[in-house]
Design a protein. Structure first.
Length: 243
């Protein structure tokens, strides 16, 4: 049977597990950080928590995080995740993000995933809040109507790119190689060189071909005694662990 690239995680994190994952990718909540959580799993799960379960605090920090780190998100996989969901609220949220960050051409497909009337972020009271405070400029004229005072935007709520690069191995590799499946496979190889190509593909949502090729290249580098990214791991080891 041919290998089929996975798209969705077996289970989305919720509750304490989601909070730990969000801390692990650089969102400043009072919790222990998960170790190298998958970035797209985490931000997608946070959007579900915010839009479907009305967790505005999570949504506030997520939007701030996206403003700082969207450049290093694997937009291909994120778009595939959102395209599979039926919830108009989740689709409207991500479509709004795509329109807000329209200078990033990778987001063109994401911005078109919601076609319909504008959706109010608040289930009640949006007209009053917008009438009093206006709309959040990040979402103005987009699919989601957000009152200006609802989603706090504070830089201190998230780590900066250099800080997150010291903590998160795959993020670090994405800065070096681009926000691709290939970068995540390199990170997984660096973390555990004994993983098979099939297991690397499952863990990173990559194709088997990509995982096999990266594993082969990684083994060549190790055989040459170069250990391609080990120096970075050594330098950042104290901050890459759970904090």
């Amino acid at each position: 049977m041919a290998f089929k690239r996975p798209i969705h995680p077996a289970e989305l994190p919720r509750g304490d597990a989601l909070t730990s994952a969000m801390v692990g990718i650089g969102m400043n909540f009072a919790a222990t950080a998960a170790h190298d959580p998958n970035i797209e799993d985490t931000i997608y799960a946070a959007s579900v928590e915010g839009m479907e379960h009305d967790d505005l605090r999570t949504l506030s920090v997520l939007v701030t995080w996206l403003g700082a780190h969207l450049r290093w998100v694997n937009v291909d996989r994120l778009t595939r995740l959102v395209a599979k969901v039926s919830s108009p609220r989740i689709r409207a949220f991500w479509s709004s993000i795509g329109r807000w960050q329209k200078q990033d051409r990778r987001l063109a497909r994401l911005s078109k995933l919601y076609r319909g009337p504008r959706i109010d972020l608040l289930r009640v009271g949006t007209d009053f809040q917008v009438g009093r405070h206006g709309e959040d400029a990040r979402f103005a004229r987009g699919p989601l109507r957000v009152p200006a005072t609802i989603l706090r935007d504070r830089a201190a709520d998230v780590l900066t790119p250099p800080q997150l690069a010291r903590r998160h191995r795959a993020y670090r590799m994405r800065i070096l190689l681009g926000p691709t499946y290939r970068a995540d496979v390199w990170a997984a190889c660096d973390a555990k060189p004994t993983l098979s190509a099939a297991e690397l593909a499952r863990r990173t949502y990559s194709s088997f071909a990509t995982a096999w090729q990266v594993k082969r290249e990684f083994q060549i580098m190790r055989g040459a005694g170069l250990a391609p990214f080990r120096s970075l791991s050594a330098v950042t080891g104290s901050t890459a662990r759970r904090v």
